[in-house]
Design a protein around this ligand. Sequence first.
Ligand code: ATP
Length: 320
Amino acid sequence: MQRIGILTSGGDSPGMNAAIRAVVRKAIYHGLEVIGIKRGFNGFIEGDMEPMRLGSVADIIHRGGTILHTARSEQFKTPAGRAKAWENVERFGLEGLVVIGGDGSFTGAGIFHQEYGLPVAAIPGTIDNDISGTDYSIGFDTAVNTAVDAINKIRDTATSHERTFIVEVMGRDTGFIAVAAGLAGGAESILIPEYPYSIEEVCHKLCKGYRRGKLHSIIVVAEGAGSGLEIGRQIKEHTGFDTKVTILGHLQRGGTPTAFDRILASQLGARAVELLMQGATCKMVGMTAGKIVETDLDRVLGQKKTVDLDVYRLASILAI
Ligand code: ATP
């Protein structure tokens, strides 16, 4: 193997740059050439690709976002779009591809591998942490720390004003960020898509807390569990409590990656290069129980990863 390509795709996540750096440096260390593909599968189709050198990845380990830029490409979902990408694989002489992204990006890479046989090493990069085959995806830890930081600040003002605060965090289909940030931030209630809740129950808990002298309450809501604004409106209607809503939104996708995410990204990036060099065909690298592991991409995509409900229940017990 002499030359590999690398792209970032889907939503960006803090630590993607550290992963790009690891892939480029590990590959060059072993004498491989690396072609950087810009704007995800869009750049793959358009041939927006250029060689990456040691200096191309200098001074990026601490930066959020991705120097390769990312995109969502509708064209890559079509056979014609993928045929154009294959032309660029041949034009640039790629013998393997590293894809950093979420499950959508992995689905696209898997289909491309099936059609054209290009070896793929996938690296999980999404703040949602909803990819099986790994305990953590790159960016999750940073997003949780950003959310906890926000909750800490909101807690200060919540205490002063004796109010109920709702903090809406990201997580369209899963409550990974909500559970981790809610537990670490000491939230009174955590609402996630995986676990049914009723507003009556949430209000009952709030009233109980106020009766025993709680000065404030913080409720963390995963966006997939309902709109923070609507939940705030309903709480006000049921209890009369002054309820303020903060939607963290894209704040959680940016920022300098935590040390954990940088270390994870460095290890996963290096392992992805090793896998391609060892002749792996279509795998994802991940970390389970503290060890770097690899899993067939088909298996990763065939399994749904769910929130640990024991941790979720623990957060609820500790908030009595
Ligand atoms: P995030 O978790 O941050 O949303 P993601 O990788 O899941 O990241 P998606 O928008 O779902 O993000 O997918 C990224 C890109 O992967 C799509 O824009 C498309 O180019 C490609 N892709 C997704 N599904 C397919 C598919 N079925 N066939 C081909 N390509 C696909």
